[in-house]
Design a protein around this ligand. Structure first.
Ligand code: IMP
Ligand code: MG
Length: 432
């Protein structure tokens, strides 16, 4: 009986990993929130997605664009773990590592799970072919081959980083995969088989030192009481199961995806922080109920610099959507919110918040987001005109800005613990 008690106590005492996820359609500004929180952790871990993600962190004059390396990178002491739920273009990763090394970042802290899957040139070619075939129903993917790489994983024809150690079998699998999709890839601009095999084997050799037994690695961190911060990619409304399907990415972006993507159980999770932009954006096609098609949307795009970091595409812009927000709070079991880019709203006389959806006269939930006859209820609140970039406390914010934050907090029934008011690393208001 004593031993049973002991083991129970040990489990309860286990250090918990905290999660930071975006709760809209991506581009919420997770990178800088992770950058800040990472100061209190030993490891920052990515659990899903690939180089479709583009995190940007600004430090002084230097702007760092991250694709797959976790955003904890600027904290010199943290280890950076790329988990088994990710799909990685090895050549792209090498370029990213080279870029980081060139500005003095110690990249020896990077670890890649042996369970992560490779994204190869034929995946990107297939992504492009699929999009063309969809015609006007195109998803507007980033064209990086993310979807086809996840399809291969589920179809059991994917190639993992664990296979780097077996060069001959790795080469053979690439050849087989090319052979099996030859018809589909005909006419696509694709390198030769020999080049793809050669480049992949070279990349495998260079990346081998970073590859670890991913499950053993993460659990060792727990055994040694290391604090783990888990970083999401994309946003909850792009989740393959619960987002605006089929206009979604191909991975589980919600907090639950962290357990799958790292090989840990739900009991390992502590807090879940949802990053939410003070308004909404999305890139690519698909439902966006609070979208503004007028000059206010244009103004948000300009003021917020809302152009894709990966593809450069202009992002669609709109008001904060509290229906989508409440849905994402449920999907993720959020403990708290971090609001980003509040400064972008400065100068709007009135700011809209979508509070409810209505479908043919009835109240509707987020599942109705794609309906062509959906109507949204917009509440307009008073804006502010004074610049807020220097505010570091709630008290220093204009009253209307404080009221706006309180309204979002109330609408999502979740406490706000951080607000960003500018692009610099220190332009943050903490509410704790
Ligand atoms: P994919 O992930 O490239 O397959 O693209 C699927 C959808 O997700 C498209 O609408 C993309 O624009 C969107 N998407 C993928 N990654 C991101 C991201 O990091 N931020 C915003 N949207 C993204
Ligand atoms: Mg992004």
């Amino acid at each position: 009986m004593t031993s049973r008690h002991n083991s129970h106590a040990t489990k309860d005492k286990m250090t918990k990993a905290d999660i930071i996820v975006g709760i809209q359609w991506g581009d919420e500004g997770k990178g800088r929130v992770v950058d800040l929180y990472a100061q209190n952790y030993d490891v920052v871990a990515r659990f899903g997605g690939g180089d479709n993600a583009g995190h940007q962190i600004k430090v002084g004059d230097v702007e760092i664009a991250l694709r797959i390396v976790p955003s904890g990178v600027l904290n010199p002491k943290v280890e950076l773990f790329i988990g088994g739920g990710t799909v990685i273009n090895p050549i792209g990763l090498l370029e990213e590592l080279d870029r980081l090394a060139a500005i003095g970042v110690d990249i020896s802290r990077v670890r890649i799970s042996d369970r992560a899957h490779l994204v190869l040139p034929y995946h990107a070619a297939q992504d492009r072919a699929n999009e063309r075939a969809r015609g006007t129903a195109a998803i507007g993917t980033t064209g990086r081959g993310i979807g086809p790489a996840y399809v291969d994983k589920v179809a059991r024809t994917g190639i993992t980083f664990g296979e780097f150690a077996r060069r001959e079998s790795l080469a053979e699998k690439i050849r087989q995969n090319l052979l099996h999709r030859a018809a589909l890839l005909e006419g696509e601009n694709l390198a030769s088989e020999a080049d793809i095999v050669g480049e992949t084997l070279d990349a495998a050799q260079r990346l081998s030192p970073y590859v670890v037994d991913g499950v053993a690695y993460i659990h060792e961190q727990f055994v040694h009481d290391k604090r783990v911060l888990i970083e999401g990619a994309q946003g909850s409304l792009l989740d393959v199961g619960y987002g605006t399907y089929p206009y979604v990415t191909s991975s589980h972006t919600i907090a639950g995806g962290a357990c799958i993507g790292l090989g840990i159980g739900p009991t390992a999770i502590g807090r879940v922080i949802g990053v939410v932009k003070a308004y909404c954006t999305r890139v690519g096609g698909g439902p966006f109920p609070s979208e503004l098609h007028d000059e206010r949307g244009e103004r948000l795009r300009k003021a917020g610099g809302e152009f894709g970091t990966v593809t450069g595409r202009p992002r669609r812009c709109g008001w904060f959507d509290a229906v989508a927000g409440r849905y994402a709070v449920q999907l993720n079991g959020l403990s708290a919110l971090a609001i980003t880019k509040l400064d972008v709203l400065t100068g709007f006389e009135r700011i809209g918040i979508v509070t409810d959806y209505r479908l043919r006269g009835q109240a509707a939930g987020f599942s109705a987001a794609g309906a062509s006859d959906l109507e949204v209820v917009v509440e307009e609140v008073e804006g502010w005109s004074e610049p807020i970039g220097d505010a570091r406390t709630m008290a220093a914010l204009p009253q209307a800005a404080r009221r706006y934050i309180a309204r979002l907090e109330e609408k999502l029934a979740t406490p706000v613990e951080l607000v960003s008011v500018g692009r610099e690393r220190n332009e943050l208001v903490r509410l704790d």
